[in-house]
Each structure stands twice: as structure tokens, then as C-alpha cells.
Design a protein around this ligand. Sequence first.
Ligand code: BGC
Length: 431
Amino acid sequence: MQMENSKFQQMIDDFTLDSDAIKEIAASFRYDIEHGVRETGESSLRMLKSYIGLPTGKEQGEYLALDFGGTNLRVVLIRLEGDGKFEVLKKVAKPLVKPGEYDFICADANADELFDFIADMVEEAIDGNRDKKYLLGHTFSFPSSQTNIYNARLIIWTKEFATKGVEGEVVNDLLKAALARKNLTNVEPTAVINDTVAVLLAAAYKLGNVNVGSIYATGHNTCYYETYTTAGLGKPAMVINMESGGFNKLAINKYDYKLDMESEKPYEQRLEKMVSGRYMGELLSYCLDDAWHTGKLPFTSIDISTILADNSDNLADVCKLLQEKTGLAVETEDAVWVKALAETIACRSARVVVATYCGIMWHLYPQGDIPKQYIAVDGSVFEKMPTVKDNMQKAIYEIMEEDADKLELVLENGGSALGAALAAAMKPVEG
Ligand code: BGC
């Protein structure tokens, strides 16, 4: 059967962003930062205060780190050794969903079940020791409003999490109560940070010279170190978790719209739904449904990576994947279209993400005197999806022109746990 490919060119056009479009995104992102910092009420960015600054690099001591942000949960015992060095003494990692066995992130699960599971992992990480005192840093990777370094209240679940009884709650109180139920009162949760903040702290500890931390994975978000000097507001300098995935001043196409309407939280996380690993496969699936009437298929960003990695002449891997997923007799000429579309979806994602980084730079250095620095990024899309890093680099040049050389994207792998340990070790910012 011959496949109907007439819609692909239009779909590719729908996902294409030219240089002017990404410059405009950078400018309107900067506008929202400025308004967020001044709290004018005009920003679509949450601009959440984290009550922590940047580490000195000299932090030392043994800390527990809880990394809770995606479908895998980790509890790590870490020794900070100063000089940007550290050692992982013990690591316990478990998925939050095991098909057929348990699922702690669906709407049928509740807060106590989820946090009891976490407390069990903490117990394992410290070998059941109930005598020694442990300070615990918690990387909690969801939008939370904080009043100090401990007190972080979940505003809204993202990434399609739906566990009942956590939204609106102080997450460390839930954790403390679960630890108490297991008689683990020697473990004291002291600090909560977002994963972007963890990445920034980890990179600042190891490398220095970094003001921006970002996650480009299942979810997407960025934080930066705000000194409030350019804003002239005289507030205490601290890291701001922008929740950039919630930026909504973006033109969306009909596939973005459909995805949004069918998601757990329509109208929320518009930027994240255009760029992150959780959603890119779904966008491709909506497009294939439009072209080939396949219905909604379970495409993931790993499938997108597989498609992008096939550089053979006959696109055998792409054909095989599409045949398996769609049950249709897909041939090379069809696969060529799908690959071009997948490339465009991934390219749009990379370009939008970079536009937000450039918007931050324009905010931080309004006179244009951008010093050379790293932008620390962690996450599977950044690390593993073919074409993404190249497209990001290209977009930096298009937007920043001669300033592009000042910015170096650097992979901060696994910064969530190290960042949590640092947060437990550092003196918080009051304010
Ligand atoms: C969350 C952010 C988080 C990001 C990356 C988003 O869905 O809202 O808080 O930083 O995912 O994990």
C-alpha cells in the first residue's frame, strides 16, 4: 500500500523556527524575566526564589542527597571534600513505576505511599543506622514556592505526575512524617532545591564561572543567579528557579495545541510541552496520525533519537521502528519524510531552549558586556539526542552573533545529587 505523504512538508513548515523567530523568543523571554524580577504581574515565568546562593567550592562533610524529579528516584550518601571534589559513598536508585507491581505517580497513589517508599530508600542508603545524625538535601524537581531553604510547597505537578495529596503541601514535611513513621528521626531534611538549582550548584562547585543551570530531559527548566544589581532592587542575591517550562508567550501549532488539550494539565507548561523529552515523541505521534491516520501511538523521545541516529541510505532502522509502531508497510521514501519531521521537531526544541538562555544573558548584562562563562546543562535530551547539541550551538551563533563565543554549554552530569548535598552544606540566603 502506498503511504499518503502529502502532509509532511506542511508539518515540517509548522515546526520550523527561523532566526528572527528565535530572536523574538529570546527578547520576549527576557521581557518576562525583567517583569518577573520586578514582580509586576506581567510575567508568565514563576521566578521562584530558592534561598541559596552559589557555593564557594570549599564545602565539606557527609550529607544525604535525595533526588526526586523524574521516574527514577535516587538516595545518595555523599562526602564533599572541598576543592570541587566529592565522593559517592552509597547510592540507592529505584523507579517510581514498576508496571504490574506498583505506580507511585498515578492518580490512584497517595502522598503517604509515595513518601513511605522514599523513606524505605533512605533507610537502605544509611544501612538502617538510627544512631548517626544525617542532614539531608532534597532535590525536588517540580514548581515549588519557598519561603526559606526548608519550606518548599508544591504548587502543581508537572511531567504528568498525578499522586494525590502532594500539591499544596510542604514536601519536606511529608518526607519528615514518613521518616518518623519508620523511626528514622536521625535523618533531618534541611534543604529543598529544584534540579536546575542543583545543576547550577554542582557546576559552580566543580568549575566555577557559571550563572545558569538547566535541565533538558523528560522535563525542561532553567535557573540563574540573580544579583538584583541590574534590576537595582537591592534584594539579597540568590538563585532563581524560573520554571521556564511555563513560559507561554510562544506561537503554537495545531499539534502543540492538541497535545496540550490532551495532557494532564492543559494550558500549563507550554514551553516544556514544545521542547522536553516527555513530549517530543507525542508530537511526532500526533503528526503521524494526521498524515497516516495511525491513531495516537506510544512514541517517545528515545524513538526520536533512534530515528535521528539512522544515517543509512535506506533508513532501515527508521522503517523497522515505524513498521513496529504503526503496523504499516513503511518504505524508505516514507521514512525520509518522518526523519525530516523528527529532525525539525528536535531542532525546534533545541532552538527554543537556547533562545531562553540568550534571554537570560541579555537580562544579566544589559550593557552587552557578557563575560566568558559556562551554561551548565544536564539531561538525556541534551546528552543523548543526536543533532541537539549542534543545533543549540548554531542557534547561539544566530542569536548572540559576536557574543556567541562567550558562552560554553557544558554537560553537568548527575548534578542533582551533588547539588542537594551542597544545599545541605551551604549557609542559606535569608530574605
Ligand atoms: C518542572 C521543573 C523541573 C523540570 C526538569 C519541570 O516539569 O516543573 O521544576 O526543573 O521539569 O526536571
